[in-house]
Design a protein around this ligand. Sequence first.
Ligand code: GN1
Ligand code: MG
Length: 344
Amino acid sequence: MDKHLLNKILSNFEITGSLTSFKKISSGYINDTFKIFTDGYPRYILQKINSKVFKKPKDIFYNIDLIQKKSMNIGIRLVDSKFNKPYIVINDSEFWRLMDYEDGSQTFNNTTDPEIALECGKVLSNFHITFENTDLSKFKYILKDFHSLPSRIQQFNDACKKLNKEKIKDFSDLINTINTFSEKFQIVYSSKLNKRLCHNDSKLNNILFDKNKKGLYLIDIDTIMPGLILYDFGDTVRTLVNPTSEEERDLKKIKFNKKMFVSFITGFKPTLLNIEQNERDLLPLSVALMPFMHGVRALTDHLNGNKYFKVSYPDQNLVRAKNLIKFAQIALNNEKYMKKIINS
Ligand code: GN1
Ligand code: MG
């Protein structure tokens, strides 16, 4: 990315000041993200939406617009383009959006600080209280079957079918684990649970904090669409109670930090008291479901030649898969404990 091109893109938005420098933010697996410094304030976050993943980027803005028309606040402030849209399109297919950068804000890839867990609980609870009783009928499903484990398993099986016998042997342990565990999660898809407006990517590093570590709001708004409370709960908790990130190769470092779970639940109380019993009952299982499903997706992508998630070395998706599936097993061992805390 060069400064000239960035200037060209920025010239399409209503911004204050002019570009002085920029920094690529590399934590996301999908979009291209840049922090933009200008000679004025606010600073900005610029993103190019990955159109291979998001085939209908306009749907993302459609959902956000629905929310904002009801004066519901997601926190994020999109900057209007000079054509009065919250994005611009260049070369016919590249969607770019610009957001105000929250001055002094920060995110965490992993943590063992219970105060942060408490704040995460509050932020996620706040999101769900805000969107409670939202009429979901008008919302677009941005990514079809995004959190459907049955279809993720189907995609995984399709990828396995293309492997030769030698390769199958290399992956036999992981394949067996996936086959054994996937049945445990069927109950999520056979239960008639409430649909709610969900963030659908509520992992720790998508929760924004101010400089004093107070939780602000959820960032990364691409996947806001109807879903189950389990998806959001499971995704936040999996990244919060695990002291290491999903990039860690040393599986011994993967743990379940009980203190973090208790602290998160304290912050999440308002939503916990608000949801139905059948949703509450499955929350502990969701802490295993989400990493399991992400692990299956990462392995599928590895087998397919890393076409979906960004990787910086060839086996990165395999490392993620082993890591995530390992955490899912640990989470299953902690199901009873989580149930006890949730019910207390
Ligand atoms: C992707 O790009 P990022 O990191 O926000 C993915 C999530 C996964 C995550 C892995 C649209 O999100 O589902 O949880 O990687 N998003 C999409 O941590 O596939
Ligand atoms: Mg995302």
